[in-house]
Design a protein around this ligand. Structure first.
Ligand code: NDP
Ligand SMILES: O=C(O)C1=N[C@H](C(=O)O)C[C@H](O)C1
Length: 246
C-alpha cells in the first residue's frame, strides 16, 4: 500500500517542490496540502507529514502530528535544544512515532557536514560562509549552524585551541556570528539558492569544502528517503546522516 503524505507549508518554495515529488513517486500518495491558516486536523489521513514552514510554526506542527500518531519529516530551520526536547517529551507518549528533523536534505550538504567534522581537528582556523537567496527569513542558515556545531564539537573532543584572531576593533558583524566559537558569515544574494563553504586554515595551506544547491530539486531525494524510512525509525532523529547509513 502506498504511503500517504501530507505537506505542511505546501504553498511555499519547498512545499510546492515536495508536492510535485510526492505526486511523481509511484509508492507515495499526496494526502493533503496545508498552509498558513489551515486546520491540520487529521492531516488528510496521512501516514507521514512533511513540514517546510517557518521557524515560528514548525514546533506546533510537529507536536500536532505526534499527538495524532502521524510520523513527521521536518526541513524547517530554527530548532534549538529546548524545542527538540519538547518533541522528545511528546514522543514519550507516542513511542511508535518517528520524527526526522534535518537542516539539509541535499546529499552533498550532508556529506559536507560529515567531511567538515572529520577535518575540524587538523586545522588551526575554521570559518563557515553560507550564501542564500534574499527571500530567506533566517540567518545564519540551519545548515551553517549545524556545521559549526559539529566542527566545534570535534575540535573540543580533540583538544584543539580556539582559532587565532587578532581583531581588536571592527564594525559590528564584520567577523560574522559566533556559533559555538566558529565564525559564521551569511550572504543574501539574488540568483543564489543554497550554498555553503567551510574554510579551514593552517600555516601554509587551506582546505575549502563547498556545496551548492542550484535547484530545490536537490533536496527531494533526501526528503523522499526520509518519508520512506521514518515509519521504521521511531523517536527523534536529528540529521539525515543515519538514514543514509553514514
Ligand atoms: N532542510 C532542508 O533541506 C531545507 C530547509 N529549508 C527550510 O524550510 C523552510 C521553508 O523554506 P521555503 O519553502 O523556502 O519558505 P517559504 O516561505 O517559501 O514557505 C513557507 C510556507 O509555509 C507557510 N506557513 C507559514 N506558517 C505556517 C503554518 N503555521 N502552517 C502551515 N504553513 C505555514 C508559508 O505561508 P505564508 O507565506 O502565507 O506565511 C509558506 O507558504 C525554511 O525554514 C527553510 O530554511 C529550505 C530548503 C531546504
Ligand atoms: O531557506 C533555504 O533556502 C534553505 N534553508 C535550509 C537552511 O537554513 O540550512 C537548508 C538550505 O540551506 C536551504
Amino acid at each position: 500500500m502506498n504511503v500517504r503524505v501530507a505537506v505542511i507549508g505546501a504553498a511555499g518554495r519547498m512545499g510546492q517542490q515536495v508536492c510535485r515529488a510526492v505526486e511523481s513517486a509511484d509508492d507515495l500518495d499526496l494526502a493533503g496540502r496545508f498552509d498558513a491558516g489551515d486546520e491540520l486536523g487529521d492531516l488528510g489521513g496521512a501516514d507521514v507529514a512533511v513540514d517546510f514552514t517557518v521557524p515560528g510554526a514548525t514546533l506546533a506542527n510537529v507536536l500536532h502530528c505526534v499527538s495524532r500518531g502521524v510520523h513527521a519529516v521536518v526541513g524547517t530551520t530554527g530548532w534549538t535544544d529546548d524545542r527538540l526536547a519538547e518533541v522528545r517529551t511528546a514522543l514519550d507518549e507516542r513511542p511508535a512515532v518517528g520524527v526526522l528533523v534535518a537542516p539539509n536534505f541535499a546529499i552533498g550538504a550532508v556529506l559536507t557536514m560529515k567531511f567538515a567534522r572529520e577535518a575540524a581537528r587538523f586545522y588551526e582556523s575554521v570559518e563557515v560562509v553560507e550564501l542564500h537567496h534574499p527571500d530567506k527569513v533566517d540567518a545564519p542558515s540551519g545548515t551553517a549552524v549545524r556545521t559549526a556545531q559539529l566542527v566545534a564539537e570535534a575540535r573540543r573532543d580533540a583538544g584543539v585551541d580556539p582559532a587565532p584572531d587578532a581583531t581588536a576593533s571592527g564594525l559590528d558583524g564584520a567577523r560574522g556570528a559566533d556559533v559555538d566559537g566558529v565564525p559564521v558569515h551569511a550572504v543574501r544574494l539574488r540568483g543564489m539558492v543554497a550554498h555553503e563553504e567551510v574554510l579551514f586554515g593552517s600555516p601554509g595551506e587551506t582546505l575549502t569544502l563547498r556545496h551548492d544547491s542550484f535547484d530545490r530539486e536537490s533536496f527531494m531525494p533526501g526528503v523522499l528517503t526520509g518519508v520512506r524510512q521514518v515509519r521504521e525509525r521511531p523517536g527523534l532523529t536529528v540529521g539525515l546522516e543515519s538514514y543514509l547509513g553514514l
